[in-house]
Write a protein that binds this ligand. Sequence first.
Ligand code: GLU
Length: 305
Amino acid sequence: MRTRRTIAAAMSVLALTAVAACGKSGSPSDSAAGGSAAPKAPTYQVKSDVKLTGSQTFDAAKKRGHLVVGAKSDQPFLGFEDLTAGSGASARSGFDIEIARMISADLGFDPNTIEWKTIASANRETAISQNQIDYYVGTYTINDNRKKQVSFAGPYLVAGQDLLVAKNNTTITGPESVKDKAVCTVTGSTSIDNIVKYGAKITKYDNYSQCVDKLMTGEVDAVTTDDAILKGYAAKNPDKLKVVGKPFTQEPYGVGLAKDDTVLRGAIDDALKAHEDNGDWKKAYDATLGLSGAPAPAVPALNRY
Ligand code: GLU
């Protein structure tokens, strides 16, 4: 018993040291990024004396002393929370998380002080419009319908909807072949709207990882959403899962923020541009999404509407 407690204590000291070490740099933990040989996400220089006159979101964050950022927590290499890592910045990893961190640094807030809130696809517009978060970075497709309730900076990546199936599945080869098949996707996503017309039997959950669990047990034939998300799950289970590889939509990812906070939107667009131009975007990609096997695509042009 005593030995076990000693080992547990030693392990928690080690874990704390790791958190402290990573916490300083603003990088994800090595374990989350795939091991010590894996490429490292950049560190971001925190700007000082940032002023965003006219942004209510920024004023509220200044008063509070830190940013509150919405993200996903179950999407490997995109927005992931390592629940075994304990609290602290290093528990979150992924490309979306890096995007959120670079923006934070340019707004003058240390990325290690971000208060993260996990928000599912269906709850994003509510979380943003009710000011529960300052901005949201989580595979969030920019579209006109959503623009009625929120604003978007970006895009910072363009994904495309695809299908995830069992490794030995030869019958599902694209959206045309899902008729009468059991396909799982997520409530409040563009993925659900896009698959309906193909005549699949749709099962829906709040999170994609719940769909992946159902695919692993054979309760559904496929999971559908953006290829960037699906590649992460496939990379975590390469012996059991594969992505079909025929994207059938375009999903430009934006940073969601309060509707008509044009000052904040401009500042986030500026931050994205600066980190794309200085190479951070590419480094962050290689250290996160790149680990799921997909090389970095071209950076999309910002749409400063
Ligand atoms: N990008 C799509 C969307 O914004 C699907 C991924 C997601 O649900 O986050 O709905």
